[in-house]
Design a protein around this ligand. Structure first.
Ligand code: TXA
Ligand code: MG
Length: 351
């Protein structure tokens, strides 16, 4: 636990609107070594000036995040990539294509780092994770600061990522000085993380380190998509070091269940809440749920489900009548892959 409790201020910004005064104010705070929670299109991030080691250390402390888990650097433009990364000649064409296609947006590229990036940001790795977010606030503040903003998701380590300022306050209220509130995130799932590399034939490809809003299907239109590094169990050799098997976890136990099958409660004395995709499955029709929440009520659209997933997980976690959460498995196509990745981690046993 952090010892010091502080008051967490919230600044609301209208989207869209003229916000340069807010960007300057927030940049000033970051320049002074403070941490600030900022919105992005994926989830809210807890930002610090990436070149200020003391501020980055505050990020780890506020989140109780282990130092082996490196941070993503948010850039105001793809033009700033050269300030922190050295793209090898053989990958330059591919990186330019990916940047052109998906930046600004929910794509993070892991690339060889420049020496100016502090070790605390990269956990001492020879690479740095880089992203040009689509959200104007994160980009506007990074531009006003003139440095990249190192920012992990603004939740306590291992918890559900926040997709609203209210969720940030629940996670980190009293531990950080400021949250910039720009409303709910439009994507709702953390960025897709890719490591550009050469495949066994020497052709440029990407290794998919974390599934996210940019789907495999879309990436395959550009290059080959390789699986994360082999060898060893995930916890010993995580593809992205933060990708531990148990992550994105609600406080309550979460069980996955096929929507076509009947759910048999492992302990009939407990009360169960269902997270259903559309609310129309045999599982949703089953009697005895203490609560039922649909991700995409009626229509069953994966994009809508993705935007709502973390907020619904949080809401179920807060429902007093529910002791155990049951979540329907989702179709594993498109965004369904990233959602199932998060749900599996939420269901994984915690140590
Ligand atoms: O959408 C997002 O990516 C959000 C917003 C705030 O940008 N950020 C986010 O950050 O999800 P975080 O810290 O919760 O997850 C970043 C992941 C971690 O699993 C970390 O291990 C991985 O990125 N990562 C960071 N640097 C890396 C590197 N050099 N090599 C491999 N993985 C890296
Ligand atoms: Mg996170």
């Amino acid at each position: 636990m952090m010892q010091s409790q502080m008051e967490t201020r919230v600044i609301e910004v209208d989207m869209p609107g003229e916000r340069s005064a807010v960007y300057r104010e927030v940049a000033e705070l970051l320049r002074a070594g403070s941490v600030v929670a900022l919105p992005t299109e994926t989830v809210y991030g807890l930002g610090a000036d990436a070149f200020c080691e003391a501020a980055v250390a505050e990020v780890f402390a506020a989140k109780e995040r282990p130092h082996f888990d490196p941070l993503i650097c948010h850039l105001w433009s793809a033009k700033a990539l050269k300030d922190i990364a050295d793209v090898p000649a053989e990958l330059q064409e591919l990186v330019a294509k990916l940047a052109e296609e998906f930046w600004p947006g929910p794509m993070t590229l892991v690339l060889p780092r420049k020496a100016c990036v502090p070790d605390i940001v990269t956990s001492g790795l020879p690479t740095v994770a880089c992203r040009v977010p689509r959200h104007e606030v994160m980009r506007g503040v990074a531009k006003a600061l003139g440095h990249p903003i190192a920012a992990p998701s603004a939740n306590r380590f291992g918890h559900i990522s926040p997709t609203s300022a209210q969720a940030v306050l629940k996670e980190l209220g009293g531990r950080i000085p400021l949250v910039v509130d720009a409303g709910a995130c439009s994507e709702g799932l953390e960025s897709t993380i890719l490591q550009p590399c050469l495949d066994e034939k020497g052709k440029p490809a990407v290794r998919l380190l974390r599934e996210g809003p940019i789907t495999r299907e879309r990436l395959r239109g550009i290059c080959r998509v390789l699986k994360p590094g082999k060898g060893g169990p995930a916890a010993e050799n995580p593809a992205a070091p933060g990708q531990l098997p148990s992550h994105y976890a609600p406080h309550k136990r979460l069980i996955l269940c096929d929507p076509k099958e009947e759910f048999t409660p492992p302990d009939p004395a407990l009360s169960y809440g269902l997270i259903t995709y559309q609310g129309t499955s045999p599982l949703a029709a089953q009697e005895g749920w203490a609560s039922v929440m649909a991700l995409s009520p009626g229509s069953g659209r994966l994009a809508e489900a993705a935007v709502r997933l973390f907020a619904v997980m949080r809401a179920m976690d807060e429902q007093e009548e529910v002791q155990v959460i049951v979540a329907e498995t989702l179709p594993e196509t498109g965004l369904g892959c990233a959602m199932m990745d998060r749900l599996r981690r939420a269901a994984a046993e915690r140590s």
